[in-house]
Design a protein around this ligand. Sequence first.
Ligand SMILES: NC(=O)c1ccc[n+]([C@@H]2O[C@H](COP(=O)([O-])OP(=O)(O)OC[C@H]3O[C@@H](n4cnc5c(N)ncnc54)[C@H](OP(=O)(O)O)[C@@H]3O)[C@@H](O)[C@H]2O)c1
Length: 337
Amino acid sequence: MEYINKKFLLNKRPVGMPEDNCWKLIDEKIDSLNKGEILIEVKFLSIDPYMRGRMNDGVSYAAPAKIGEPMTGETVGEVVDSKSSLYEIGEVVCIHKGWQTYIKAKDTDPSIYKVPLSTIPMSSYLGAVGMPGRTAFFGLNRVGKPKEKETVVVSAASGAVGSVVGQLALMHGCHVIGVAGGQSKCEFVKETLGFHECVDYKSENFKTDLKNVCSNGIDIYFENVGGPVTKEVSYLLNQDARVPICGFISQYNEKDMLNSDTPFKILSKLENKPFHRFFVVTEWMDEWQNATRILSNHVAKGEIKYKETITEGFENAPQALRDVLTGKNFGKQIIKI
Ligand SMILES: NC(=O)c1ccc[n+]([C@@H]2O[C@H](COP(=O)([O-])OP(=O)(O)OC[C@H]3O[C@@H](n4cnc5c(N)ncnc54)[C@H](OP(=O)(O)O)[C@@H]3O)[C@@H](O)[C@H]2O)c1
């Protein structure tokens, strides 16, 4: 059988919001497999905020994507051909090999792992049970270190990471407050995810609303957005507060990042600086399996709920990334191939 792989190559580094000409969509015929190789038919592609950073050519904790190479990204799919003793046809795997529809990979590729057979949908391995879920798990537990009855505020609360952070914090017995953009996202965060409160940062009353629901101050602020939200939160931080800095999406398209409203800049101006540090989920790579097992148990039992925006069609990946960077997505953004 002949397979044609469609792949998006990085074509040009963006200035501000990435436009369509930053990518090139090409077709490529897949050659037959060599010993130790497998072919994966991709079912879902994950679209994540970090992808914007990889398109830049700057100093960062991760190497930039190279021009002419596949756009960076994780996928989940089914093995459709195998010359490996490790993977059988029909098995479902996750792999981090970029925006592609068919992926030929060595069975020893360190980014592949098998998705266990379960009732959990395959796509959740890109969201609540995947990298974003693990980010929430490690960032909250290892950097935030929540204690019972503490007040935890999480931004981008309806999203892939934020939704899991809040639900894990509830399990720790914390008072959990989300910050999200718009009424319907706030309703979802409170009513479906069960946060105690959710404040709409797009409302003109944001400052007062936040202050009202944080009457005991804030012990942990799980930072996902930066900018004006972080400024308002920063005034309410308690003595000994912790701020795990997961990301600052509102600033990712800024042309002059050093002078933009990053959490580092905002928090360093405070008289009483909270403990804050940027973390990357890969710091706890050796514990991934355990975290995935814990998260999948919670999802299977309905203790962690999540929302996905599934966009059909591989060719819509660039627009889906722009949607994530402007908050048009509602929950984990995924492309269905
Ligand atoms: N450090 C790590 O290892 C790591 C790993 C994964 C993700 N992250 C970071 O975690 C954060 C959340 O990622 P995610 O995958 O869970 O994405 P997500 O929350 O599912 O989607 C992004 C959300 O960010 C919010 N947003 C976009 N522009 C904004 C703006 N200008 N101001 C305030 N909010 C804005 C939008 O929600 P609203 O509509 O509510 O504004 C949007 O839905 C990002 O900063 C990402 O870079 C870090």
